[in-house]
Ligand binder design. Structure first.
Ligand code: IMP
Ligand code: MG
Length: 189
């Protein structure tokens, strides 16, 4: 198992991260999801709505592997204020700019933790009467769900540890790491 030590990040400095998904493993799982979505949406032109900022790498890799036509747009919400703790409230920061009425929409997220953000996003899209809404998330923490929420496409189910890399951040850092890394279980925040 590869590890890396956090540098230059105040109270997080010195923490040891463990690599839990390598770029190769992520790529092969994203390709599988793309195959499944291509089959499920054959003959349709879905709009992929990426949730900024965390989903950018996943959305880009997924979209490039689709065999069907698609459109892309973005939405930005905030649920995490600082560190690793969710504030519990979701705020819309940047809305979609496309028209989703009578369209097939796939919301693309990096991770579902409590599920609050996912529920908020789904409701936001449903307000505009799309033909369908599905949810694709690279990661899901099933033990952390605070409400009933089912995502149609899930890359990996993960344990309750704070993850970074491949789009996921801690205070905006680490998004650019090609692998997904886990902070220690007993991480101090
Ligand atoms: P939820 O509303 O609690 O499901 O949180 C969803 C959002 O929290 C995600 O879109 C992420 O931005 C962030 N988040 C949740 N867990 C993690 C994590 O382990 N690492 C980085 N961000 C996370
Ligand atoms: Mg996010």
């Amino acid at each position: 198992m590869r590890t890396r030590t956090v540098a230059n990040m105040g109270k997080y400095t010195g923490q040891i991260l463990e690599e839990i998904y390598t770029p190769e493993v992520i790529e092969s799982r994203v390709n599988q999801l793309a195959k499944q979505i291509s089959a499920d949406y054959a003959g349709k032109v879905p709009i992929l709505i990426g949730v900024l900022n965390g989903s950018v790498f996943f959305l880009a890799d997924l979209a490039k592997q689709l065999d069907i036509e698609c459109e892309m747009d973005f939405i930005k919400v905030s649920s995490y204020h600082m560190g690793t703790q969710s504030s519990g409230t979701v705020r819309l920061i940047k809305d979609i700019s496309c028209i989703v009425t009578d369209r097939d929409v796939i919301i693309v997220e990096d991770i579902i933790d409590s599920g609050l953000t996912a529920r908020f996003l789904k409701h936001r899209i449903l307000e505009n009467q799309p033909s369908s809404v599905a949810f694709a998330t690279l990661l899901l923490k099933p033990d952390c769900l605070k409400l009933e929420f089912t995502a149609e496409y899930v890359g990996f189910e993960v344990v309750d540890r704070f993850l970074v890399g491949y789009g996921l951040d801690l205070d905006q850092k680490f998004r650019n790491l090609p692998s997904i890394w886990a902070f220690p279980e007993d991480m101090q925040v």
